[in-house]
Design a protein around this ligand. Structure first.
Ligand code: ZN
Length: 446
């Protein structure tokens, strides 16, 4: 049976995010700030793990990709060349009756205001640029204008020559970057899915033009598989090729990796063949030659670019949605069922890998518990929790998605061993403290 969206899942995950410290509404004590979010103590770990997993796969495990970290503030010249100053716009209309503003191309009925129901109340559509503009230096005005980047990609194009000259790479090779981008979206929404400030994970892969189609196929498949390898069920993912009328004018092929969110299929990542559009634009606007000289073949060319561009924040959200599970489990020692919520994260994505839990906070258990904690901390992100009944602490760790809980009890004082509880099976093993690190490392397989 094909997977179906589960609308109830949305509220469950949003509530859990607030309750357990994944995501908070931004500026909440001031009433919140529309569609912005802060990542809490657990969410920051989740987001970091998503980015680390991407970097590991895209940079660390490859010989043909290097990373950069480019500036967020950027001069108008870059966005002039990239086309963003003229083309990165949404058509907006205002309702003359209720004063609400809408994206004209997203209206269900272009004649009727969805807010107040007035007919024929819209103004003419105007182009609204989505880039955030600000000023550098103490003087506002023309000449001091700068933009917050609306994508990380241009940082790779404008550094193409620098990287080529310093990294000893030659096509096919890639430049990867993770960082924040900013878009003044008119209709952000769906929790952290669409926000004005978001984090991207992008890679520009420069290839000889004749090899572009092959590499486009390669990156489509490679990127889809990345999500599967990190535990998202294959039937909740699909690769959707854009129709001709959806393609950017410079792209000869774009496919989206889509995830089945509670509201339906939506984009996690786009893989595009951007041709030589960007390098050609920057060559023309900057006057710098950006061609690659292939000495073996004795020819110069502008490389084509295959770009896998993913959103870190929405990918973190997809991992949360995919990991969320509820089940009925027997309560320890009582034989009666109780519900349990568990996030079945892949260990690499899980915020904490291990939680260390002394059965009581008496000093004779606290001391060996801290000793166990300090043995594990250099190797994994660990949580430490010594209050509440142990059953409730297990449930909390289940809701954080922690793969293993290590419990220190009074037997530990004599047998020098601890209880290791598995998140998914809830099975418990007695493991000597001396071999604990190896026991966990073998199971986590990070
Ligand atoms: Zn209206």
């Amino acid at each position: 049976m094909p997977a179906a969206p589960d609308p109830a899942l949305f509220d469950k995950v949003v509530n859990l995010c607030k309750r357990r410290g994944f995501v908070f509404p931004s500026a909440e004590i001031y009433g919140g700030f529309r569609s912005t979010y802060d990542y809490g103590p657990v969410g920051v770990l989740l987001l970091r793990n998503v980015k680390d997993a991407w970097w590991r796969s895209m940079v660390q495990l490859r010989h043909d990709v290097v990373g950069i970290d480019a500036a967020i503030l950027s001069p108008p010249a870059i966005w002039e060349a990239s086309g963003h100053l003229t083309n990165f716009t949404d058509p907006l209309v205002d309702c003359r009756v209720c004063r609400e503003r809408f994206r004209f191309d997203k209206l269900e009925d272009p004649e009727v205001c969805p807010n107040c129901g007035a007919e024929h109340s819209f103004t003419e559509a105007r182009r609204f640029n989505l880039m955030f503009k600000t000023y550098a230096g103490p003087v506002e005005g023309a000449g001091a204008e700068v933009y917050l980047r609306p994508e990380t990609a241009q940082g790779m194009f404008v550094n193409f020559k620098n990287v080529l000259e310093t990294s000893r790479k030659r096509p096919p090779f890639g430049i990867a970057q993770i960082g924040k981008s900013f878009r003044n979206e008119i209709t952000p929404g769906n929790f952290v899915f669409r926000t004005r400030e978001f984090e991207q994970m992008e890679m520009e892969y420069f290839v000889p033009p004749a090899e572009a189609d092959r590499w486009y196929e390669y990156w489509c498949q490679t990127r889809l598989q990345w999500y599967v390898d990190l535990g998202i069920p294959a039937d909740s993912l699909r690769l959707r090729a854009h129709d001709a009328d959806e393609l950017s004018h410079y792209s000869t092929g774009t496919s989206d990796v889509e995830f089945l969110f509670p509201w339906g299929w939506d984009e996690l990542e786009g893989i595009a063949n951007r041709t030589d559009y960007d390098l050609r634009q920057h060559e023309e606007h900057s006057g710098e030659r950006l061609e690659y000289f292939d000495q073996a073949a004795g020819e110069r060319y502008l490389p084509y670019v295959i770009e896998p561009a993913a959103g870190a924040t929405r990918t973190a959200m997809a991992f949360l949605m995919a990991a969320y599970d509820e089940e009925e489990v027997a309560r320890e020692g009582q034989g009666q069922g109780e519900p349990r919520t568990v996030l079945r994260f892949h260990p690499r994505i899980a915020p904490y890998k291990v939680a260390v839990l002394p059965l009581s906070k008496k000093p004779e258990l606290q001391e060996p518990a801290i000793d166990v904690l300090s043995r594990l901390q250099p190797h994994f992100m660990c949580d430490y929790d010594e209050t509440q009944a142990i059953g409730r602490r297990y449930r909390r760790q289940d809701e954080l998605g922690t793969p293993y809980c290590v419990t220190i009890d009074f037997d530990t004082l004599t047998d020098k061993a601890v209880t290791v509880r598995d998140r998914d099976s809830m099975a418990q093993d007695r493991v000597p403290i001396e071999g604990l690190l190896e026991h966990l490392q073998a199971r986590l397989d990070l």
